[in-house]
Structure formats: C-alpha cells, structure tokens
Write a protein that binds this ligand. Structure first.
Ligand code: GUN
Length: 283
C-alpha cells in the first residue's frame, strides 16, 4: 500500500504555475481571482481564507468580497456583473452553500462562462459532458491529475463513485468515463453499497459522511480516493473512508487531510491562470 501525497503533488503543480504567473506578470497581466462569500458559514470562511492564501503564494491577485447573510440576490448579481466586465479579474468563484433565500443555480449561471473557474456554468458542464472540456470543476479535475501523477491506469478499469453531486460525483464520473473507465455512480439511496464498492478498481468517495466506506468494502488492490472532509466533535478532520481499515487492502489511498484537499485549490489556481492566459492571447 502507498499513501498518495496530495500535498506534495499539489506543491509541484503550484511551483510549475508560478513560472506561468511570472510570465503573465511580465506581460502586464497579473492573473486575478474574485471570491464571493455570503454569510457566516464557518467551513466556507476557512475554505475562502485558504484560497486567498494560495493565490497570494502563487502571485495571483485575489479579491475576497464578503456579503452579509441578509444580502439580496440582486446585490450579489450586480457585483458579479461588475466582475464579469472587470478586465483585472480572470476568475470568479461564488463560495457554496449560499443562504437559503438564494437561487444558487441562477447565481452560478450569471458568472461569465469564460471566468467560471469552478467549472459550474452550464456551458462548461455541457462541454465536459460532450468530451470537449473547457474549465473543469476543481475537485474532480484535481483527482484526475493525482491519478495521472501516480500512473494509475484508468482505461478498462471499473471506477465506482459514491456521491452524485454536481460539484464532485457527476463531473468525476464523466472525466473517468472519457478516460475509458467503466463507471458506476452510487448515491445515498443505493441499496447494498458494499456490493458496488467491492467491485471498484478505482473507488472515489464524496458523500460527506465519516466511515461511509469501511475496510471490508474495499477490494484488495484498489485505488481509494477520499474526497470527504468532515470535522468531528473533538475537532479532528476526517474523510469519508475508514482510513485504518481501508489502507491495508488498498494499493494506493489518499489521506485526509493532505490528499484531495490541496489538489482542489491547486486546480482553482490552474483554472485562473488558464483564463488569464486565454485573455492574453486575445489582446
Ligand atoms: N463549496 C464546497 N466546495 C466548493 C467548490 O468546489 N466551489 C465552490 N464555489 N463552493 C464550494
């Protein structure tokens, strides 16, 4: 068994990005990312702070725009409109979840598809679906980069994904499908989840529930990717997979923390640099 060191892979990718940022800066085009956060969700605040820190380290200009919980959707849409038109901003991200009085889909659709560094806009989701990816969702994109770095063969393998969200599960399935995997997508209503997970050569778990996958649910020699990030009452951060139980059976496994998490932010930086580079080509 080997542990996939997401932190190390992410750092290597961030080092490579620095050179691209430097060359954009020399051309007078510092890449810029705007992050909008509405309300006081503590986990969201931590994620946004980490994104800002990563931008600063990479030399990417970052703007964090904070709205109070009671902000109206119109106010946020007005701000997105201004960012869509702002030539210094190449990437726009609205941190989810939004407060209940928002129509999240309408807000995400309002972001210029060419600045949609989350890859959530229907144009980008559709392009991925059709096998002609533009901007791709950061978490599954990061998982694909990890598998590539680890030389995990995907073609002909059975990939099982637990969790069918728009952010991770669905785009993950499409990416693996396009690389030639046979894909099974499970969700919270799947009966006998273990039957499916035990057939997985590549198992991706993205549910948000500690221990939803236990050691006995993992096939010998599987590659296990744990996307979960759950804070326990004692403050400990754990994934969705029982790491101690699964690790001895897995050929490779990601830890939490230090697995998928650092890759997600790296792909956000990558997408932002890519949008800035595309702008440079058109000026
Ligand atoms: N909330 C949890 N994950 C994500 C993500 O990948 N992007 C955004 N915008 N919000 C999130």
């Amino acid at each position: 068994m080997s542990i996939i060191d997401g932190k190390m892979i992410a750092q290597k990718m961030r080092d490579a990005l620095k050179a691209r940022v430097e060359s954009l800066r020399k051309a007078g085009m510092a890449p810029g990312l705007a992050v909008i956060i509405v309300g006081e969700n503590p986990a969201s605040k931590v994620y946004v702070r980490n994104k800002e820190k990563a931008c600063i380290e990479a030399g990417i200009h970052s703007e964090v725009i904070v709205f109070p919980e009671q902000a109206t959707q119109e106010e946020v849409l007005d701000r997105i409109h201004a960012l869509n038109l702002n030539p210094q901003i190449h990437g726009i991200l609205v941190q989810l979840p939004l407060p209940a009085h928002f129509d999240a889909r309408r807000v995400l659709d309002f972001i210029d598809a060419d600045k949609d560094v989350d890859g959530f806009h229907p144009v980008n989701a559709g392009a991925l679906f059709l096998g002609k990816p533009r901007l791709q969702p950061c978490t599954p994109y990061g998982v694909m980069k990890m598998l590539e770095y680890e030389n995990v063969a995907v073609r002909g393998k059975h990939a099982v994904i637990v969790g069918a969200s728009n952010i991770v599960g669905k785009p993950m399935a499409i990416m693996l499908l396009h690389k030639g995997a046979t894909v099974t997508i499970c969700n919270s209503k799947t009966p006998d989840l273990a039957y499916h997970t035990r057939n997985a050569d590549i198992l991706v778990v993205a549910v948000g529930r500690p221990n939803i996958v236990t050691g006995d649910m993992v096939k010998e020699g599987a590659v296990v990717i744990d996307v979960g990030m759950n804070r326990l009452e004692d403050g400990k951060l754990v994934g969705d997979v029982d790491f101690a139980g699964a690790a001895p059976r897995a050929a490779k496994i990601t830890p939490v923390p230090g697995g998928v998490g650092p890759m997600t932010i790296t792909m956000l930086l990558e997408n932002t640099v890519e949008t800035a580079e595309r702008c440079k080509e058109t000026v």
